[in-house]
Design a protein around this ligand. Sequence first.
Ligand code: GLY
Length: 353
Amino acid sequence: QVRRLIEKHPMLYPLHTQDGIWKHEGQVWTHWSDGFLPGMMWMFAKRSERDSPEAKYWMEQAARYTKPIEERKKDRDVHDLGFLFLSTYYRWYRMTHDAALREPLIEAGRTLATRFKEKGGYLRSFVADNSVFIDTMMNVGIIFYAARETGDRKLRDIAMRHCWTTRRVLVRGDGSVAHEGIFDTDTGEFLKQTTHQGYRGDSCWSRGLAWAAYGFTTAYEYSRDPRFLQTAEACADYYITHSPADGVPPWDFSAPAENRTLLDTSAAAIFAAGLTRLCRLAPDPLKGHLYWSTAVQILRSLCEKHLAKIDPKWEGILKGGVYHVHKGVGVDESVMWGEYFFCEALERVLWKG
Ligand code: GLY
């Protein structure tokens, strides 16, 4: 499907399909997911036979789609620089070890860190100064990376403080999460939990929970702060105990009965990808096994029930993703981050690494 997309629409970076078609005039809302299409190409390049024509093809395409992202390293308008750079330049660097590729990663980390609000101790979301999003847990990794590569303790401090604040204000005692938190910018006082894409402020938006489980796993990998591991496990345990047996959740865990049948396969894909990392870190081996087998179970369910390949007109890989229910954008469609994390989870399960 990726090859078909890039041959049909070269250099298009779609966010979601409309009726299964990538190129359409529908709304985008924000500009955060351009890295995921090239990110899949880096995976295909890595997993193709070394020096084969296929590997060469994917390397060339991946580099071609990655280079235009470099200018986003200075983008101060979004909180999404981890999504953009960890899927592209980080994968490129890991494949080639070309030292020049570290520069855009470090600069992107420094740029993201400029969003830090001293009062309140968080990286502000793209919507306003007073707002923190759970999604930013998936982006803070680029600051940890930049801090590690440069030895800059201030950067590391910003990343740590953002994670502590997110843990305190967005993760609840039962492991569920809120999408957004609102602060008083004058005093730094935390005011309330709310949402944009979830059902409501006190609900648990499924993709937000998946971002949290994966994001706190990454925060633990970089920092070894045991609180982040506990939080990742609490979020994972909430997801597992509140999901149907096949592991594919409704778009919001608290959605009312009449629209609980709307699933979000992208949340399942992200969660499965995160579990393939969390399973190696869990101190209890039984828990580690549970996380691994849940990831496999989710992938099995996605492959058995949600692949688009039985529908020849559908251009995505995975059906049943959801972007923004309230805006009616990308609902029950293929979404590019769903495709990416599905491939990432498959890659980790099939190659065990
Ligand atoms: N902007 C991140 C998300 O929609 O999950």
